[in-house]
Design a protein around this ligand. Structure first.
Ligand SMILES: [Zn+2]
Length: 211
């Protein structure tokens, strides 16, 4: 298991014009790597300018409603989904946030040039993600809530409690509710530093909330 295998896989994806974005879980499944290793490396590639981290906002029925750089403004908001059969309002919580990585255009350009230079004509073996013949679970993202639940030892009760506070509007005791979310954020910060880029918008969200 070597993190550079992730780099070369991303390079293959970048040379496939049908692949614009991917979920971290897809890389885990393709390379059979643990999510911690994958997310950690992908976030380094974000810092290096290869990739851009975004977040899908999905309704409770999994419809994509928006794709944003930071989800902080969505948390706790009442949203109506136009794609749902019966228009129902629901509140955005961590289970509605799905991290997704976009391949930067200039990285894609660079790979294209590099491949031309090397006269690589062979078909790259990276079509599983973009063609029909692939494991459909690769395009099934994992919500931020599940990523935290599955990869940290924070109890599901604490996550549930913080998520409920995030989703609660018109809160009477703001300070107390922020404290619960802050505790979750701090715990994740201390022990699961690799999740930092995922919870940064949440930190911004609560700092606005305190004002
Ligand atoms: Zn919907």
């Amino acid at each position: 298991m070597n993190e550079f295998e992730i780099d070369s896989y991303i390079e293959k994806l970048a040379s496939n014009k049908n692949v614009k974005s991917f979920y971290p879980i897809a890389i885990c499944k393709m390379l059979k790597f643990p999510i911690k290793l994958v997310i950690n490396r992908l976030n380094k590639l974000v810092n290096m300018g290869y990739l851009k981290l975004k977040f899908e906002i999905r309704c409770d029925n999994f419809d994509i409603m928006d794709i944003v750089d930071s989800y902080e403004d969505y948390l706790g908001k009442n949203i109506e989904c136009e794609d749902c059969d019966s228009v129902t309002e629901f509140v955005i919580g961590l289970e509605n946030i799905f991290p997704i990585y976009y391949i930067n255009d200039n990285y894609r350009e660079y790979i294209k040039k590099k491949n031309v230079c090397l006269q690589v004509q062979e078909k790259l073996n990276c079509n599983q993600i973009s063609t029909g013949n692939y494991d459909s679970t690769l395009n099934t993202p994992t919500s931020l809530k599940d990523i935290i639940l599955e990869n940290t030892s924070v109890s599901s009760d604490s996550i549930e409690e913080a998520n409920n506070k995030i989703k609660k509007k018109g809160i009477v005791d703001k300070a107390k509710n922020v404290q619960v979310v802050l505790t979750l954020v701090n715990t994740i910060h201390q022990s699961w530093e690799w999740l930092e880029p995922y919870i940064q918008p949440l930190v911004h969200h609560i700092s606005d909330f305190i004002k």
